[in-house]
Design a protein around this ligand. Sequence first.
Ligand code: SF4
Length: 334
Amino acid sequence: MRAFAYQRTTQVRDALNLVSRHDGARFLAGGTNLVDLMKAGVESPARLVDIRGLALDEIGETPDGGLVLGATATNSAVAADAQVRRRYPALSQAILAGASGQLRNMATVGGNLLQRTRCAYFADPSEACNKRVPGSGCSAVSGAHHNHAILDWTEHCVATNPSDMAVPLSAFDAVVRYETLDGSGTISLSEFYLPVGDRPDRETTLPDGALITAVVVPASAVAAKSRYRKVRERASYAFATVSVAAALDVQDGVVQDVRVALGGVASRPWRARTVESALHGGPATAERISAAADLELATAEPLRDNAYKVTLARNLITAVLTELATGSAKESKK
Ligand code: SF4
């Protein structure tokens, strides 16, 4: 690991100044991804500005009934929060499925959204990787890619986004708040992650030097009827092969609101809007749900070794929405 400077700060303005004033400076929160990548020689910041002392760990309610998750709130705190568990259960479930207790105690909301792909070639500086070294090539396209993307990839990068938390946040239309030296701003999660294109090293639309200060999840009745399901390659913690966050509200047999997002299938959380529009306004029967899932996956372009993910994603969407529909039908009979 290369030598680096380290500074703590307790004021957002100071943190922004420190990062903008020093070339190669980075914010450090939980460090659960950045420090690993530094040890592997993938990241080599000249300076780390520790932001854990900033007053950004609030978990609370917005004036219009939404949820605000401070950027330095730990994943453990968010998953355990009573409001999160009651009003956005898929969010709590996704975080709990994401990592061990020790990691959740360190990892933060902002860091979770910014974590880098777990493509093995990205983590190995001896391999060609456009995300690590632009223009060097992509070892995964013809290499080991059984756990890579099936949607929206390009020949420049076929990696997936590893965040579990971002999947329900995508389904719930979350918004990222940030601060820069020029002022504050917001980005909806649907526009936060850039498409892969020919520059997979550019991952988000966050302005240079910006600090994420919070994630806001709008008030949503359907979110209380949500679920997160994750398939992974081993029983202990691992990144998603495919995951689904879904929420469903059925009244008098008709779908009033439905949200679906997938993880493990693309370079960003994949909002399954085709499923949503296919189901909205009609009955939530098993046949309609599986047909909607087929429609969503019709645009999938599996790589040589990951066609199984298409079937898996289809079956996961179908299973979770069918369970939610069954639960909804039982509720309305009570
Ligand atoms: Fe790098 Fe992306 Fe290719 Fe993996 S898939 S080797 S991260 S360019």
